[in-house]
Design a protein around this ligand. Structure first.
Ligand SMILES: NC(=O)c1ccc[n+]([C@@H]2O[C@H](COP(=O)([O-])OP(=O)(O)OC[C@H]3O[C@@H](n4cnc5c(N)ncnc54)[C@H](O)[C@@H]3O)[C@@H](O)[C@H]2O)c1
Length: 412
């Protein structure tokens, strides 16, 4: 795919529209941390004719061995800094545990490499800001693992939301539920903290950095602005197995005009799965399911005499202060909705995200908004986590705002 064709797939990639032809460009990629997510990304890189994965770095030999099955000719390193010394490498992908991203990304920028860093970008808000600044100072490409930005059903859903099809969006309910302990098998006990890094405070902020990071960005994308304040609560209520991160969290993100985004993640019940429900006064969007629903769906109005009876009944019950007019319970509507893309979703945006990164490395051009969307996605999950830990509402700190026009964050 040429740059222009790629631009057509995502509103974030307008930069590539002016790129004539990159069909003969090649770039050389180094991969740091080819673990579970890493090997998924590596598969797309290996298939991409515009790039060659020339080196792999990982401290865990089994990860390198597995990765070599995908890119057999790559050199391997135990220390990522040796990989960065290879001057022929144009860009790196970082898919290691959260607490290691910052140093690796900073070192990579300093070594002149373009960087794709998995979400969440960093362990602290300060580190996240420094990474973004280093990207700006060095002028190197900076991508983050927010694949929803490239997912056709999200892109289409947002187009419809922004056109006003669903009316005023007053609230977003984002949630990610599972019924699983999130543990991985460990071949020997000394590897526990390396393999189950997600469960320990030193290397992870749990559900907020691992899951919320994706979904909070969807909320700000729909509303076109950043929340101003967050409050939250979290605990370990079910998986009391020695883990240190919460298995049950609930947050409210408030916007300056009173609109709200709730975030919930519970990993001891999977009934409602994951979704970002975008709630407008005319309709609802569930991009994860790939559907939208209009409010006015339902059976034709009841015949006039039935309506008269209902009104009469409503008056009697309405006058009754303790009962109210509760004879019609407001249970969820039985509305099958419409598919955003006309059919059930088949893929997420990861392949396009990786393709866009390769295009950016070949051309050396940073598409607008990609780094900024990733930046704020990370900052929002980190401040939500902080609000939970401190047990008090937190305003989004002025000093963490960046000059990013669509959100009007500067000086707001
Ligand atoms: N975008 C997404 O949808 C998505 C999905 C899953 C994971 N992720 C992100 O990807 C990252 C990795 O997650 P994962 O599930 O693949 O973890 P993982 O544990 O499966 O893989 C991490 C790899 O990094 C290696 N590693 C650890 N410390 C290292 C170091 N100092 N130097 C070099 N290698 C090191 C590990 O040995 C392992 O091979 C995380 O940031 C996670 O949030 C993103």
């Amino acid at each position: 795919m040429g740059g222009g064709a790629l631009a057509a797939t995502s509103p974030w990639l307008s930069t590539f529209a002016s790129v004539e032809d990159t069909a003969h460009e090649r770039c050389r990629i180094g991969f740091i941390g080819p673990g579970s997510r890493g090997r998924f990304l590596l598969g797309f890189l290996a298939e991409n004719p515009k790039c060659e994965v020339v080196a792999l770095a990982d401290i865990y030999q089994p990860s390198l061995d597995e990765a070599l099955k995908i890119t057999p000719s790559a050199k391997t390193y135990k220390d990522y800094r040796q990989l960065l010394e290879d001057k022929s490498i144009d860009g790196v992908v970082i898919a290691t545990p959260l607490n290691t991203h910052y140093q690796m990304a900073m070192d990579a920028f300093d070594a002149g490499k373009h960087v794709y860093c998995e979400k969440a970008l960093a362990y602290t808000m300060e580190e996240t800001l420094s990474m973004y600044r280093r990207h700006r100072e060095t002028g190197r490409v900076f991508f983050t693992g927010q694949q929803r930005l490239f997912d056709p059903r999200y892109i289409k859903a947002m187009e419809l939301v922004h056109q006003g099809l669903f009316g005023d969006i007053n609230a977003i309910h984002a949630f990610w539920n599972r019924n699983a302990d999130w543990r991985r098998d460990v071949p020997s006990p000394e590897l526990e903290r390396l393999i189950n890094w997600r469960l320990y405070k030193e290397s992870s902020k749990g559900l907020m950095t691992e899951l919320a990071c994706h979904q909070l960005q969807v909320g700000t994308w729909a509303l076109g602005k950043l929340p101003t304040r967050v409050m939250g609560s979290g605990a370990i209520t079910h998986w009391k197995d020695g883990r240190e991160v919460y298995d049950n969290i609930h947050c409210i993100y408030e916007f300056d005009d009173g609109r709200q985004m709730t975030y919930a993640s519970v990993i001891s019940n999977k009934f409602y799965g994951l979704e970002e429900q975008i709630l407008g006064n005319l309709g609802t969007v569930e991009p994860e399911r790939g559907k939208y629903y209009f409010e006015n769906y339902g059976p034709a109005p009841a015949p006039a005499f039935v309506q008269m009876l209902m009104e009469w009944e409503d008056k009697i019950w309405g006058a009754n202060t303790f009962a109210g007019s509760s004879w019609d319970p407001e249970v969820a509507r039985n509305n099958p909705g419409e598919f955003i893309l006309g059919k059930a979703p088949e893929v997420d945006g990861t392949s396009l995200l990786v393709e866009a990164f390769v295009e950016a490395v070949c051309t050396g051009k940073q598409p607008p908004r990609i780094a900024e969307e990733g930046y704020y996605a990370t900052q929002l999950c980190l401040i939500g986590h902080e609000a939970i830990v401190q047990g008090q509402p937190l305003a989004f700190p002025e000093e963490m705002k960046i000059d990013y026009a669509p959100y009007g964050t500067k000086g707001s």
